[in-house]
Write a new protein. Structure first.
Length: 315
């Protein structure tokens, strides 16, 4: 493969109409989505986390040309689990229960400020994120295909927030941050407010069949055995390194490899290179590990581990 897939190009170009000056961020986000993963966006308020989810939702169309089914859940302390999953309601006319689906049974679910609700409510997402199904009573209900969750949280506030448990964090394939725009991008934002007018006028740029085809092609990207071994060793290093008290799981290793393959596809290759591994290491692993020293920088330590393993391959 010597060129970027047309569906990927259309997707990235469409996203850049709203999300200005963040090409690498959009590539990593697209890689995670094509790898069928869920995304946690953690950044300061006002940087466009919610806008990212809304933009992605508008870029993909169903078979009738309409945007995919998108639902937003505003997480608050008074939310209840069935507000997310749905509930069986008694129908007096038929004298039977009928299922009223919750917002989680959509193609794209925005879990906005996910850490502002209690762990009890956060756990309502565990089953659907891992198994693509919701169990209510004795019945199971599946979301449509494709399905992914984009959650947001602000890292700087502690009042009225509940940290996500490890089991919840492990279900997010990547954690990404937008960061502040550069000067030119910010001037462009001031000029035409893309989160307002541009977003409201944004039309789908790829259909569901092309999107699912892109997911399949991304999953088939070739990865040499030496790079697979590097992925396994990097993940194992997080379990044996003295700086960690909780290492990454086997699920993290699967997500790591899937993201590397997907990033290779997004960048126009049908094979994985060491740069794909290096770029995906922090987004995939940093939110899953715990350190003995709370002052330790996850990004720096994981990158050092990754570079050490990749350098062994070259030598």
């Amino acid at each position: 493969m010597s060129s970027i897939n047309p569906a990927v190009t259309a997707f990235l170009d469409g996203a850049e109409r709203v999300i200005r000056g963040k090409r690498e961020f959009l590539e990593l986000l697209t890689a995670a989505i094509l790898a069928e993963g869920h995304v946690l966006l953690e950044d300061n308020p006002g940087l466009g986390k919610t806008t990212v989810a809304k933009t992605i939702a508008r870029l993909i169309s169903d078979k009738e040309g309409r945007p995919l089914l998108f639902k937003r859940i505003q997480f608050t302390p008074d939310l209840l689990p069935y507000d997310i999953t749905g509930v069986d309601v008694f129908d007096p006319e038929t004298r039977s229960f009928r299922f009223v689906p919750g917002p989680v049974l959509a193609n794209i679910v925005l879990a906005d400020e996910i850490n502002r609700t209690t762990p009890k409510v956060q756990s309502a997402l565990l089953e659907v994120m891992a198994e693509r199904q919701v169990t209510i009573g004795s019945s199971t209900h599946s979301p449509p295909v494709p399905f992914f969750v984009i959650a947001t949280e602000n890292p700087i506030e502690s009042e009225g927030t509940f940290p996500l448990p490890a089991a919840q964090l492990d279900r997010f394939m990547v954690r990404l941050s937008l960061g502040y725009p550069d000067r030119d991008s910010e001037l462009s934002i001031l000029e035409d407010n893309p989160a307002g007018k541009t977003l409201s006028e944004l039309l789908p740029v790829i259909n569901i069949d092309d999107f699912l085809s892109a997911q399949s092609l991304a999953a088939s990207a070739f990865c040499h055995i030496s790079l697979k071994e590097a992925v396994a060793d990097i993940v194992r290093d997080t379990r044996t390194h003295q700086g960690f008290i909780l290492g990454a799981s086997p699920r993290a290793a699967l997500h790591f490899l899937a993201c590397a393959r997907s990033l290779a596809f997004v960048r126009g290759r049908d094979y994985v290179i060491d740069e794909d591994i290096l770029l995906m290491a922090v987004p995939v692993l940093a939110h899953r590990v715990r350190f003995r020293d709370p002052r330790a920088k996850a990004d720096k330590l994981i990158r050092e581990i990754c570079l050490a393993r990749l350098n062994k391959i070259k030598t």
